[in-house]
Design a protein around this ligand. Structure first.
Ligand code: PLP
Length: 395
């Protein structure tokens, strides 16, 4: 039997999608607070744009950089955020932010290069790094700093091999949002080091006390040549399955990712591109209303969990996740069974109470679990009550 490439022999299936698979195979109905989907659907004008594009299909391939109308719509989105230094040649569309992150790292990483992330972070960063051959430098952040990396910690972790620094604000899984001052502090360090800076901004508009959170490009425009901004319609417009992500960066990066597109996906499906264009250009009211609903849901959830035993958490400022510190529950017994780590905590919660969470160790921070509160309000609160009951039975 011929073997696989060693790169794939050890690669793991995306662990969050692995939990989704467990949920779909569970014998009983599950309240799924694991998967990070936005919990609302795109508005009718978006779906209609996709249908129109399918009817107008001429049977050809599309542009590898991205449909010009989509890139124009993204440029408009960036301009509304105040980013005026890009033109269409700086932009590329991909099959979601995940695909673009893969392509960017594939384009940048050379043997021996390192990717710096702060943990807890989205597990895909580790897995893509592994697939493109980058070592990960992991700056461990705690609740004490609101799960945010300080300029000092960044400075200490940067060495000659670090070629890319990845920032994600609001962050998955903690909902931590960097203030403009905090980003300025990081920028002062980044200015001194010749590294690319990937800003994973897929949750930039998921903040609850402003329309969008500050980003590095705004506070440090002098770093624009090195910043790779990654956006997505998945969360903002309720379109995770449509697979449209967007990137703005230096032309060399944009051209390299376009070349990768041309040799892998060729182009985005036209209906998905047309839908994303309509989402970016059309009426934003449904997206704003969905985010307002989530803000209310967040408050109600925090209210329930504040009274839960053995639980600690930082109140998130953005995204739609709550990162639960379950450390006090570990090492105790539940119905005679010792719960030793976050994975067994999540497994027992799923099996006994029908609630799915994602173990914190998947995000590089053991002793925690991620809760996504974007789903149906009643289910989120019912799930939170079950977590409380579960913790109440620990002896
Ligand atoms: N970046 C972060 C931090 C995410 O949490 C996710 C999805 O959960 C993505 C990127 C992927 O987004 P997309 O659906 O556009 O691939």
């Amino acid at each position: 039997m011929p073997s696989l490439s060693p790169d794939l022999e050890f690669a793991r299936f995306c662990p969050i999608l692995g939990v989704a698979q467990k949920v779909s195979e569970a014998p009983q109905p599950v309240i799924d607070l694991g998967v990070g989907v936005p919990g609302f659907l795109p508005a009718p004008h978006i779906v209609e744009a996709a249908v129109r594009a399918a009817h107008e299909d001429t049977g050809g391939y599309g542009a590898s950089r991205g449909d010009p109308a989509l890139l124009k719509a993204y440029l408009g989105y960036l301009r509304r955020l105040g980013h005026t230094h890009f033109d269409e040649r700086n932009l590329v569309a991909g099959l979601g932010a995940k695909h673009l992150l893969f392509s960017v790292l594939r384009a940048i990483i050379r043997p021996g290069d390192k990717l710096l992330v702060s943990t807890p972070c989205w597990p895909t960063y580790f897995d893509i790094a592994e697939l493109v051959g980058a070592d990960v430098v992991d700056v461990r952040c705690t609740a004490h700093s609101g799960y945010k990396m300080s300029p000092q910690a960044l400075e200490q972790a940067l060495d000659e091999q670090v070629r890319v620094v990845l920032l994600n604000s609001p962050g998955n899984p903690t909902g931590a949002v960097y203030s403009a001052e905090e980003l300025l502090g990081l920028a002062q360090v980044l200015r001194k080091h010749d590294v690319w800076i990937i800003c994973d901004d897929v949750y930039q508009r998921f903040v609850y006390d402003m329309d969008s959170c500050p980003d590095l490009l705004t506070v440090a425009p002098d770093l624009a040549g090195r910043i790779i901004k990654i956006d997505s319609v998945s969360k903002l417009y309720g379109m995770p399955g449509w697979r449209v992500g967007l990137l703005a960066a230096d032309r060399r990066i944009a051209d390299a990712v376009t070349t990768l597109n041309s040799n892998s996906i060729s182009n985005l499906p036209a209906p998905a591109a047309a839908a994303a264009t309509a989402a970016l250009e059309g009426d934003q009211a449904f997206s704003i209303a969905a985010r307002q609903r989530l803000a209310g849901q967040r408050e109600a959830l925090l209210e329930v969990l504040r009274g839960a035993p053995l639980l600690r958490f930082c109140e998130p400022a953005g995204a739609f996740y709550l990162f639960l510190d379950i450390g006090q529950a570990l090492g105790r017994s539940f119905r005679g069974q010792m719960i030793g780590d976050d994975e067994s905590f999540c497994d027992v919660l799923l099996k006994e109470f029908g609630v799915a969470l994602i173990p914190g160790s998947f995000f590089g921070t053991a002793g925690h679990a991620r809760l996504s509160y974007s789903g149906d309000a009643g289910k989120v609160l019912a799930g939170a009550e079950r977590i409380k009951t579960f913790l109440g039975e620990f002896a």
